[in-house]
Write a protein that binds this ligand. Structure first.
Ligand code: ADP
Ligand code: MG
Length: 474
């Protein structure tokens, strides 16, 4: 960034006297010219000048993040600025006030009682405040199997792990269906960054946790703290960004966090169930930013990759499966890697429960059970809950006679998905929706199929609800 120091009039040292507010105001003028608007507002405006003592200007910042962030990004600018304003010998010291209760200092007067909190000089950058990165160390690149379906995403992920913020893959946006390794990959990046650069600040979370935290921050009046915390990261990893759909306030805040991080060369990594352009209900400006870096998909594994995954995972469990068994499973379980893993675990469990050898018969039995499990795990109640949450309709309304358009639609979608995702009979499904007749359920099902054929947006809504349901039970 270009530092243009001559924009503010140099302040004659006599004129400054000991008035910290005036000095700081002059500093801010220079800083404002040299940093992006959001950076200025977020990081510099909240600073309060405290006092000037022996050519050291003490400024109060809300917390440690500020010191680190400013220090790391604008150390040179801020030091040059105060030297320009105060004089060649000038120094800066930060004072952190946890309670933000440092008394106001009157113009021109000596500070009455000086607060005694932590004082840090500018060059120090140690003492990172601890925080949980939420990374699971089981997700690494070592145990991520390369296949045609994940080649590009994996290569980009590895590059970022070694050079966060320094590749053109910023943000990295990985999308694809359930159980294809998105979470694994993006967490592997985080783990790799931390192993390469232990002092970097990396955090992983899913976008619905982000939303919940944001709502809590609003309730407890801590939105600034919340947003500054995420803005202080070197790498921000957000999983399942599709859950921000229709959450406008959260999207707005995320937009600002995204900008601050991106502008300062910090790494952003996102995952989603669909590509950016298909995220209807997400602000256009976010969608366009998501496409600034690299968008890479993960596809279901092909046969060879499925075999490789089964081999590697069974070896991890200390067993070796015969080619016949490997092939049988790889032919029959095709949808995703989570299910392949599930099948393997179930096979092991079946073998140890019945103290049987793992043979092809047991493999066949296990594969059959998986197909049944898929349906048993999902309940009509759960489907109803997710449909209502997504479409913002009260659950009770689905059970009464409400004929409002959005309720009717939610009810139809819930019935359709109940038929599609559970093994319940039409009669049982009808009972769950206020004792409706089985023919009503059939009608809902066939109409939905037809409507989804004609209406792409509806189809996408239903698909995304279906994904969400399947994701949480697999
Ligand atoms: P997604 O986030 O796309 O739904 P996950 O990352 O949760 O999928 O992957 C599901 C499971 O499959 C995880 O246990 C993960 O470790 C495993 N997995 C996915 N892809 C691979 C891969 N290429 N190699 C090894 N394990 C994988
Ligand atoms: Mg995931």
């Amino acid at each position: 960034m270009l530092i243009t120091m001559n924009q503010a009039e140099p302040f004659a040292q006599e004129a400054v006297s000991s008035d910290p507010k005036i000095i700081w105001k002059e500093c801010l003028k220079v800083i404002k010219e040299n940093v992006p608007f959001i950076t200025y507002n977020t990081w510099f405006l909240p600073i309060k000048p405290l006092y000037l003592e022996n050519l050291t200007l003490k400024i109060q910042v809300p917390n440690n993040f500020f010191i680190e962030w400013i220090d790391e990004h604008y150390n040179t600018l801020i030091n040059k600025t105060i030297r320009q304003i105060i004089g060649a010998e000038a120094k800066l010291a930060y004072v952190i006030s946890e309670e933000n209760e440092i008394p106001e200092i009157e113009l021109g007067k000596e500070a009455p009682e000086k607060p005694e909190p932590v004082i840090k000089n500018v060059p120090e950058t140690e003492q990172k405040p601890p925080f949980e990165s939420y990374l699971n160390n089981r997700y690494t690149f070592d145990n991520f199997i390369k296949g045609e379906g994940n080649q590009l995403a994996r290569a980009a992920a590895i590059a970022i792990g070694d050079n966060p913020g320094e590749t053109s893959f910023n943000p990295l946006f990985i999308y694809g269906g359930v159980g294809l390794g998105k979470t694994h990959l993006i967490q592997a990046i985080g783990n790799k960054i931390l192993s390469n650069f232990p002092h970097k600040r990396v955090i992983y979370l899913s976008s619905d946790i982000f939303t919940v935290e944001f709502v809590e921050a609003i309730q407890s009046n801590k939105v600034n703290e919340f947003s500054n915390f995420y803005k202080s990261m070197d790498a921000l990893i957000i999983d399942d960004i599709q859950f921000l759909i229709n959450k406008e306030k959260t999207q707005d805040l995320f937009f600002h966090i995204f900008n601050t991080l991106h502008q300062s060369g910090k790494q952003i990594i996102l995952s989603s169930d669909k590509p950016p352009k298909d995220l209807k209900g997400l602000n256009e400006r976010l969608i366009s930013r998501f496409q600034w870096g690299l968008t890479a998909d993960v596809q279901p594994p092909d046969f060879e990759t499925r075999i490789a995954i089964l081999k590697k995972k069974s070896e991890n469990y200390g067993i070796s499966l015969s080619p016949e068994i490997l092939e049988y499973i790889a032919i029959n379980i095709t949808s995703n890697i989570r299910e392949l893993e599930g099948c393997l675990i179930k096979l092991l469990a079946n073998a140890s429960l019945s103290s049987k050898e793992i043979n092809i018969e047991l493999a066949k039995k296990t594969v059959r059970e998986i197909a049944t499990d898929r349906k048993v795990n999902i309940s009509i109640e759960y489907i109803t809950k997710i449909v209502c949450e997504t479409l913002n309709v009260e659950e009770d309304k689905l059970r009464d006679k409400n004929r409002k358009k959005e309720v009717v639609q939610a009810r139809m979608i819930a019935m359709y998905l109940s038929k599609k995702l559970t093994k319940s009979s039409l009669k049982t499904i009808g009972l769950h929706f206020g004792g409706r007749d089985h023919s009503t359920v059939i009608h809902a099902f066939t109409s939905m199929e037809q409507l989804m054929d004609e209406d792409q947006t509806l189809k996408e809504t239903v698909d995304s609800i279906k994904n969400k349901i399947e994701m949480s039970v697999s």
